[in-house]
Design a protein around this ligand. Sequence first.
Ligand code: NCD
Length: 313
Amino acid sequence: MVKLSKAFEGRDIIDINDFSKEELLFLLKIARKFDPDFLKRSKRSNYTIAQGEIAAHLFFEPSTRTEQSFRSAAQKIGMGVIGFNDLNVTSMHKGETFNDTIRIMESYANVLIIRHPEVGSAKRAADIAEIPVINAGDGPNQHPTQTLLDLYTIQKVFQRLEGLKVAFVGDPKHYRTMRSLAVALFKFAKNKIFGISPAGLEMDNQFKSESYNDLAINMKDLDKTLEQIKPDVVYAGRIPKEYMKKKVKEFSYLINKATMDILPKHSILMHPLPRVDEMDPEVDSNPKAIYFKQARNGMYIREALLALVLGRI
Ligand code: NCD
């Protein structure tokens, strides 16, 4: 236990691949200490665990859930939060460089949380900063804390992270939460991932393996395809047009009541949110639809992660 806590202290959280299966499971276990589903509110004793520490938010890209749940998580464990989520209020607007912004913000804080549209930006920040840097999304590349909360959600429902059939629906090529989650699920035995997208939006070659199957389809056949796969988890996503370099043929898909009826009884529908028009709000009340719970889990994971990287657990 102590050894695994030490493995997180002072650590940058940049790429989910940097973490062993044991480390991931350890973090998920610690998150339960912050989750009222596992601990009565009155039993919770960690409200001041990171008192005196400051998180600096550097959000160069829009965010609702990630930014606000980190903010909430930090405050729930006694931390203060500084930072920005609108470049127009920073000196970068006057031409200040990325490097200088990182240097300044690190001098005011104990941990940096960064979201930026460029692949590798969080790593760049970590190379400059001496304090821990947490990647809150670097372009179409990775979103490790989303992956942690996705793993936590799956584990909470199925009591395991192995032997699962997971269907990614949308644009696995450009959707960072799917890319990160795929990397994490490959660490656990016997998982099978299906990437369901129109042709041209399959994952890149680095993901090709026995455990990953691309199914390029006409999205009108989504229900039929899901019926054949019988997934345990459907992981849907927005179409991230902002990251598509080449002009891709416009497409859309819809998960509605008919889709939900086709899915196995025990299955769940996840989505990192925000949704645009890919999931009909009529499915929100379906017990298989757990995306709002999923978003809530993000807070517990982030409380655990902040406390760990700050060496407070
Ligand atoms: C996602 C993201 O930003 O990568 N949202 C999130 O963090 N919950 C998904 C998206 O942008 O669609």
